[in-house]
Design a protein around this ligand. Structure first.
Ligand code: SAH
Length: 408
C-alpha cells in the first residue's frame, strides 16, 4: 500500500477524526517498491502517516483538493470484514431508530461520512437497495458492498447501482457505473412504504436514488397541520408532502413540479393511497410561472391564496461560488410564496444546499418576509432525519434545513 505523509501538525484534524485529508496537507508520497505508477491511482486504498512516518489512518486516494477520504482511523489496513462491519453497524442503527417496521420499509442505510463510509450512499426501498458512489474508491468496492448488503439485510432481493451522475470525472473509471449488482430486474413497479403510505419508486428513471427519503419526518409534521387547509406543494417531485397532506385531511392539495415525469408519479401515488380523492390537482409547471399565475387551472381550482405552502426546491447552490445567486433565488421564491399565504397560514420552506448554512438560509427568508411586510413567527426549525446522521467531526454532512412559519 502506498503511504501519504502529512506535513507537521496536519495530522491534528485526522487525529480528531475529520474524514478528509486535503492535498495541501501532504508533504510527500512514499510509493511501494515495484509500484508501477508515479503516483497513487484514483480510488486506491492508501495509508496516511503523520510527519514522523507513523501511520494514523487508511483511506481512498482521490485526485483533487480532497486527496484522501478516510475509511478507518488508527490502523494500517482495512480488516477483511470491513464492509460487513460498517454496513452491519449502520443497519443496527436504523433498527434502533425504529425505522424498520411493517409500515416503514424506506430509509437511508448509509449516509456517507455520517456512517463512516465517505462517498457512499445507500437507500433502501422495500426489497431493493439503491447504491450510489460519490468517489472512485467506493466504485471500486461496489461488489463487496453489494455482497455485504445482501448478507446483512434479510429483505433484500436486488441491489441496484446508480452512479452515472455522481462519480468524479478526474480519471477514467472502469466498470459499469449503473446496473443491477445482484438480483433480477423486474418490470413490476416497486411500491415502498413510508409511515404507512405507499410510494412508487423508480430508481431507473427517477432523480437521485429514486425518492427523497430525507423529508420523511418533515412530511409527518406537515400532516399534523394539513387538516381543512388548502395546500400548495411546490417542487413536489413524487408528491411526498401531497400524499401526507391528503391523509391529514387537507381541503385541497395542489402539486407543482417542472418535470412531467414527476407529475405522473405524484398522480400515481395519490391514486394508490387515496383512489377516491377528488381534491388533488397536479401541474407540470415552472414554480415562478405558477406563483405568478401564468398557468391555466381548472374551474374548481381557481384558488389565489393558500392556507399552507411547501417550498422544497432543488439545491440552488451546488458549490460556494454559487452562494450569492442562490440566496437571491431563496429570497425571491420565499417572498413570492409569502404573498400567496392567507392570514393565519403556514409556510414550510426548505433548502437542501450544503453550501448554504442555516443562518444564511434564515436570513434569506427573513429578508423575504421583511420585503413582503407580513408579521411572521417561526414555529419549527427543521433538518435532516436521524438516518442521515452528521458526523460531529464533519459538519459538512449537514445539508437539509427548513423553517415552518406562521404568517399573519
Ligand atoms: N419535495 C420533494 C423533493 C423535491 S426535489 C419530495 O418531498 O420528494 C426538487 C424538485 O424540484 C425536483 O422534482 C425538480 O424536478 C423540481 N424543480 C426543479 N426546478 C423547478 C422549477 N423551476 N419549477 C418547479 N419545479 C422545479
Amino acid at each position: 500500500m502506498n503511504t501519504v505523509v502529512l506535513k507537521p501538525h496536519k495530522e491534528e484534524s485526522v487525529l480528531r477524526f475529520h474524514p478528509w485529508v486535503f492535498s495541501g496537507a501532504i508533504a510527500k508520497i512514499i510509493l511501494d517498491k515495484n509500484y508501477p505508477h508515479s503516483q497513487p491511482q484514483e480510488g486506491e486504498v492508501v495509508k496516511v502517516a503523520d510527519s514522523t512516518g507513523k501511520v494514523i489512518a487508511v483511506g481512498h486516494w482521490q485526485i483533487g483538493s480532497i486527496a484522501v477520504r478516510i475509511l478507518a482511523f488508527g490502523t494500517e489496513a482495512l480488516p477483511a470484514d470491513f464492509w460487513h462491519q460498517r454496513i452491519a453497524a449502520a443497519w443496527q442503527l436504523r433498527q434502533s431508530l425504529g425505522l424498520v417496521r411493517p409500515d416503514n420499509n424506506t430509509f437511508r442505510l448509509i449516509h456517507g461520512e455520517g456512517d463512516f463510509l465517505p462517498g457512499l450512499v445507500v437507500d433502501i426501498y422495500a426489497d431493493t437497495a439503491v447504491v450510489q458512489a460519490h468517489s472512485v474508491g467506493m466504485h471500486l468496492h461496489r461488489h463487496e458492498i453489494a455482497q455485504a448488503l445482501t448478507a446483512i439485510l434479510p429483505q433484500l432481493k436486488n441491489v441496484y447501482y446508480k452512479s452515472d451522475d455522481t462519480l468524479p470525472f478526474k480519471a477514467p473509471v472502469t466498470g459499469d457505473k449503473t446496473g443491477y449488482l445482484t438480483g433480477v430486474p423486474t418490470d413490476e413497479p416497486c411500491w415502498a412504504t413510508e409511515n404507512g403510505l405507499q410510494f412508487r419508486i423508480d430508481w431507473l428513471q427517477g432523480q437521485k436514488t429514486g425518492f427523497f427519503v430525507d423529508q420523511r419526518e418533515n412530511r409527518a409534521l406537515l400532516e399534523r397541520y394539513a387538516n381543512g387547509r388548502n395546500v400548495l406543494n411546490m417542487f413536489c417531485y413524487t408528491g411526498g408532502f401531497s400524499v401526507y397532506a391528503l391523509r391529514g385531511g387537507a381541503k385541497s392539495v395542489t402539486s407543482v413540479d417542472v418535470s412531467a415525469k414527476a407529475i405522473d408519479l405524484v398522480n400515481a401515488n395519490v391514486a394508490r393511497n387515496f383512489p377516491d380523492s377528488t381534491v388533488h390537482h397536479a401541474h407540470a409547471a415552472d414554480a415562478f410561472d405558477f406563483l405568478n399565475e401564468k398557468i391555466e387551472k381548472c374551474e374548481n381550482e381557481k384558488i389565489k391564496t393558500y392556507d399552507l405552502i411547501i417550498l422544497d426546491p432543488p439545491a440552488f447552490a451546488k458549490h460556494r461560488d454559487a452562494i450569492p445567486n442562490a440566496l437571491r433565488g431563496y429570497r425571491r421564491l420565499n417572498a413570492k410564496a409569502i404573498e400567496k399565504i392567507k392570514p393565519g397560514g403556514i409556510l414550510f420552506t426548505f433548502s437542501c444546499s450544503q453550501a448554504i448554512d442555516k443562518e444564511m438560509f434564515r436570513l434569506a427568508v427573513f429578508t423575504a418576509a421583511a420585503q413582503v411586510g407580513r408579521k411572521i413567527r417561526i414555529l419549527h426549525q427543521l433538518h435532516q432525519p436521524a438516518d442521515h446522521p452528521v458526523n460531529i467531526y464533519h459538519p459538512e454532512g449537514e445539508y437539509l434545513k427548513g423553517l415552518v412559519l406562521y404568517v399573519e
